[in-house]
Write a protein that binds this ligand. Structure first.
Ligand code: SF4
Length: 329
């Protein structure tokens, strides 16, 4: 079985963009791969954050992931900072990573622009930590969106540089491009994201979600009830694509184009179908929150397992790099 590694920032409760854009795929893939899902708190501290609510966000994210269907037996879910080997390997990789490669990373340029008051070394070094996250478990498969492909290519390059200089240890991992299109925010303007305040949360009540859907823009051509519209120009239909079955989707397309269905009815159908997905997640979350102690134990035991695996890789890397003390040889 190949090893799969993926990471997620500790943003607390998840939204449907996280679920359909990433987590749903991990849930499917966890049965075919030895799967590591890492809550990447060390990555999260490269931009402004509140230390006071970090732990709550980490724990809530873990609950959300298990509620979505991350299987406690199949997936090793753990917190990055609990495994010091990630930072150790980052330092070793820093010495084989050309500075120019990091400076040309699109994400570094974007983040530097948005955080121009705090362009720290961590922002620049972010992809090297990402390479260490992946390679410390010798993962071969990394499910990512388009925006992360450049970082995976750099991970492959870092593995190549290390292997050719010190001897082969690390595999050249592959980016597994997820099929799901990027989920737009409820404003229909940018990708769904907490920072844009345009999300539909997995744990939101039906009433709150309805308020958001009711106020959401549709195809601007549908000014009056009898005006025909085009689902391809409607953000509401982009959500139908995620949750509505084929036949009903066809009816909506026809109904929209012929003005037989109104936008309010179309949104009500979306609400019903969306909650076919959200209801079970919310039920599981409600039960998991009562099992706090058991979840903490799982996270701790997973971190211990990861420390062991990561520690073995560090020993191997140190030996190759001539960092094993002479008295231990
Ligand atoms: Fe959008 Fe549905 Fe209205 Fe068509 S009927 S414009 S798909 S909300």
């Amino acid at each position: 079985m190949k090893t799969l590694f993926t990471g997620i920032q500790p943003t607390g409760n998840l939204h449907i963009g996280n679920y359909f854009g990433a987590v749903k795929n991990w849930i499917t893939m966890q049965y075919d791969y030895k799967t590591y899902v890492c809550i990447v708190d060390l990555h999260a501290i490269t931009i402004a954050y509140d230390p006071g609510d970090m732990q709550e966000k980490i724990f809530n994210l873990a609950l959300n992931l298990y509620a979505c269907g991350i299987d406690k037996e199949k997936t090793t879910l753990f917190v990055q900072s609990e495994v010091p080997g990630h930072a150790d390997l980052t330092w070793m990789f820093n010495t084989v990573t050309p500075l120019g490669e990091l400076e040309r990373m699109t994400q570094f340029k974007d983040k530097s622009r948005h955080n121009n008051k705090n362009v720290n070394v961590g922002l620049l070094d972010y992809p090297v930590l990402q390479a260490a996250d992946i390679l410390i478990y010798k993962a071969e498969v990394v499910p990512v969106g388009e925006d992360q492909v450049q970082h995976i290519e750099l991970t492959r390059e870092i593995a190549r540089h290390f292997n050719s200089r010190y001897g082969k240890i690390f595999p050249e991992c592959e980016a597994y491009l997820t099929e799901t299109p990027r989920v737009m925010g409820i404003d229909g303007e940018t990708k769904m994201s907490k920072s844009r305040n345009n999300t539909i949360g997995l744990l939101e009540s039906r009433e709150d979600v309805w308020k958001k859907l009711a106020g959401a823009k549709t195809d601007p051509a549908r000014i009056r009830r009898n005006d025909p519209g085009n689902p391809a120009k409607c953000n509401i239909f982009s959500y139908h694509k995620l949750v509505t079955l084929k036949e009903e989707k066809k009816e909506i397309v026809h109904g929209c184009k012929t003005a037989k269905i109104g936008c309010v009815d179309c949104k009500k159908k979306l609400l019903k179908n969306l909650f076919q997905v959200l209801d079970p997640i919310q039920d599981r979350y409600g039960k998991l929150i009562l099992e706090k102690k058991a979840i903490i134990e799982i996270l701790e035991s997973n971190a211990a397992k990861c420390r062991q695996t990561a520690g073995n890789t560090i020993v191997e890397a140190k030996e190759k790099m001539g960092l094993k003390p002479i008295w231990k040889i």
